[in-house]
Design a protein around this ligand. Sequence first.
Ligand code: MSP
Length: 645
Amino acid sequence: MTTYITTPIYYVNAMPHLGHAYTSIVTDAYSRYRRLCGDEVRFQTGTDEHGEKIFQAAEQEGVSPKEYADRISAAFRQTWPLLGVRPDHFIRTTDPEHIKTVQDILQQVHDRGDIYFSEYSGLYCRGCERFLTAKELVDGNCPDHQQPPTAIAEQNYFFRMSKYQDWLIDHIRNNPEFITPERYRNEVLAFLKAPLEDLCISRPTSRLTWGIPLPFDDKFVTYVWFDALINYLTGIGYPDGPDFDRYWAAAEHVIAKDILKPHAIYWPTMLRAMGLPPYRRLHVHGYWNVDETKMSKSIGNVVRPGELVEQYGVDTVRYFVLREMSFGLDASFSGRALVARRNSDLANDLGNLFSRSLTMIDKYADGIVPEPDAGTMTDADRELIANVERMVGEYRQAMDGFGFNRALQEIWQVIGRLNRFIVTNAPWELARDPAQKGRLMTMLFLLAEGLRLITLVLQPFMPETAAKMAAALGLETELETASLEKAGRWGQMVPGHRISPGAQLFPRLDKKNNQPPQPQQKQKKKEKEAAAEEGLVDFDQFGKLDLRVAEVVAAEKIKKSAKLLKLTLKAPEERTVVAGIGKHYQPEELIGRQVLIVANLKPVKLMGVTSHGMVLAAKEIDADGNEQLVLSTVAGAIAPGSKVA
Ligand code: MSP
């Protein structure tokens, strides 16, 4: 199969923000998914560089429109790799091939009689770069740009859009997938209930020169939308490129609801007038808002994707936007929500499952994916397998229909289940009983196979993480060439290959101040310093103490000292320890007692006797300042030398 998928071409009057990034990430995730399904994919993005907005923005900066467009177009092009977005083609409407194709199409449609010259007056919104109908205004303003449109009356060229209204209504009705989600299909059908006006497709050069000249009248340039939409054809070699027909038959566009009308009404009718079939599907998403308001340059509330990636890492950003936004509805951006998702979904659920599983394969199966012992499979195992297989099916269905957050929910449901599978099977207990070896190996195999499938389905969402997971599971080459059809089935993991544990997928972030993830070394050092300040020791520090049970075999007073006793201890070897307990214990009452010692202190000389360790005791000072001291011990008899942990 072939997939041809596009983002809108972004205006070069503003630097890329999270709203643009979302569309591109979604399109990238879908492209990667289709590749995983074995499709040949063509993914196109680019920049829209003509029109009044760009001309004005360039003027404000005091540079030529082309210079200005070059700069911002480059910023878009450079942003995509930072987000793991990998288009196959980046188109600019100032590309000479595009200009030529637009002129050829205009001439063709003009020759067919679908372009005519006439007088027009209307309300023009510069933000939208289109005429608005009175019905679209809210309190006299454009609802998207919160500014009143300008009344314009002039002579222009018009495209006979009205001629194709009935055809368009039929096409939308007969093809439920043509515009999705359904709410936008309904919106377009509702709009088409009123008679469609013809589309003004030119601007007089007396008012605007920054555009593609009309081939049949050089006193006019092409209206920016008529120019821009055609990018979807020029990018794949219209009219006679070798792959054009194949790609065009598979065309899918991704947009946000702000540009629904040009894509759902102008574009299919333009294609019809050109004698081309309409695109296959139009996918419409909602807005990223900040505090209920659309994120946009004009409002000045933008979040820069590059900064987010620097702070949180590319896959956290991709995961967050794809998980948080339900495709078609608006979503709110907050840094706190992003950190919360990273810590709970990524670090806790996925990260822990992954590192625990690999550590256990390393420890209990010598780092080799073990052969399962079929005889030890339980009904619960079979249910788990069925659940994972069901997930892959649901995932595919969700991805085909642009339900990215649903697909992720399905994957996380399995991640949760595998985490519970570890707890209920307690492999650390199985490992203690040699008779359970077969069961332990079965369980480790199930984990490895579950992780393989999770890696596969996560790849379109988090390519970097999936690559790390695949490398740790020893499946790099498999992932690069995998197709869901085969690799998406349970039981494809080949036992016997080596895994490499130790990869930390998502180091935790500090919730309080949204600190960026530090390189691991620095993070550790910082954590240690902070803990030391609070008087805390970490587990490593505690683990360095050699605490043991010891038996007192001999005890005597040290001359000239009221406090110190010389003890001979068995722990299990004999050693001398000097203890400051002389005021509280008589030597003879100590013989045969079990005490606790720190066995690995550096030897020290006290009153001429070298002490090899320290005896532990609890000390209490009462209100009068009297000291009470009681030796620490264990609650039952245990061999001298036993470790205290
Ligand atoms: N140049 C036109 C598109 C021509 S396509 C033939 C244009 N450009 S734009 O730079 O304004 O980009 C609009 C698109 O950017 C939206 O349709 C959407 O894909 C994305 N977004 C911009 N702001 C957004 C949000 N706040 N939220 C979600 N997507 C947003 O329109």
